[in-house]
Design a protein around this ligand. Structure first.
Ligand code: CO8
Length: 257
């Protein structure tokens, strides 16, 4: 498919999606977010792809937020009907997604990174929710996902002061998986993606589903979900293969069946 604002590169079994508006620090206009949702859904359906990496073009930004110039003239109605559907589509992707962040991940850029399942950052990456400086608040899940990951007090500081945080600070607070030397974020994210892509695809999918259930359900219900998904995996060929490979002292070959 032809996209104007993103680039999709297949390196089966992984794929890299690059936000591609470097002159505008990859600011997320409506078309870009729609294209991204289309690409994520297409890769989600494609069996040859087992893990996605999301990154930004250029060395200055992952994404410096939603496109302020496009947002400036919006109304409540256009904001409600315009972009949210695409964000929800990204949220519902079943395959694992890794954000590879170099430079700024601000506002909607940080929220997009948090739609992913792991975040790998270059040591020069800078994060924040500066919406308060524009007279608004985060609108693509920032208040909720940050509060669930960092707790109330750090989230309040981020949302109410709009301050920028270094990758190291957020690593220490548990929002970022790894901080790597400048410029190595994409390679590291791809390495991790390839590791995940070797695993049994149905187990990976259900593992993601089970972890995300922890954010949406009370413990009792989350434990029941995990138990059901765990039991279900015993109907897969990959479970038989994985356990046989262990016993036979060889590497398992998983087929997603
Ligand atoms: N939107 C539009 N254009 C942008 C954005 C943005 N978010 N960020 C940067 N740009 C543009 C600049 O306007 C500039 O364009 P031009 O050359 O045409 O003037 C170009 O990118 C380069 O930017 P700067 O010259 O500003 O670069 P600096 O290195 O001086 O500064 C900063 C970098 C600090 C990142 C600065 O650009 C900045 O503060 N950007 C805005 C950051 C921000 O406030 N982000 C939050 C936006 S609001 C948001 O994300 C809400 C999400 C809601 C999601 C839900 C939607 C449904």
């Amino acid at each position: 498919m032809d996209y104007q604002y993103i680039v999709v590169e297949r390196e089966d079994p992984i794929a890299v999606i690059t936000l591609n508006r470097p002159q505008q620090l990859n600011a997320l206009n409506w078309q870009l977010v729609g294209e991204l949702a289309d690409a994520c859904e297409a890769l989600d359906r494609d069996e040859a792809c087992r893990c996605m990496v999301l990154t930004g073009a250029g060395d200055k930004a992952f994404a410096a937020g939603a496109d302020i110039k496009e947002m400036a003239g919006q109304t409540p109605v256009t904001m409600l009907t315009g972009e949210f559907n695409a964000w929800d589509r990204i949220r519902r992707v079943h395959k694992p997604m890794i954000a590879a962040v170099g430079g700024y991940a601000l506002g909607g850029g940080l929220e997009l990174a948090m739609h992913c399942d792991l975040i790998i950052a270059s040591e020069n990456a800078k994060f924040g929710q500066p919406e308060i400086n524009l007279g608004i608040i985060p609108g693509a899940g920032g208040t909720q996902r940050l509060a669930r990951t960092l707790g109330k007090f750090v989230t309040m500081e981020m949302v109410l002061t709009g301050r920028t945080y270094t990758a190291q600070e957020l690593f220490q607070l548990g929002l970022i998986n790894q901080v790597v030397p400048q410029g190595q974020h994409l390679e590291r994210a791809k390495e991790i993606a390839r590791t995940i892509a070797e695993k049994a695809p149905i187990a990976v999918r259900l593992g993601k589903e089970a972890v995300l259930a922890a954010f949406e359900t009370p413990l009792e219900q989350g434990l029941a979900t995990e138990k059901r998904l765990f039991a279900m995996l015993f109907s897969t060929e990959d479970q038989k293969e994985g356990m046989a490979a262990f016993v036979e002292k060889r590497k398992g070959e998983f087929k997603g069946k």
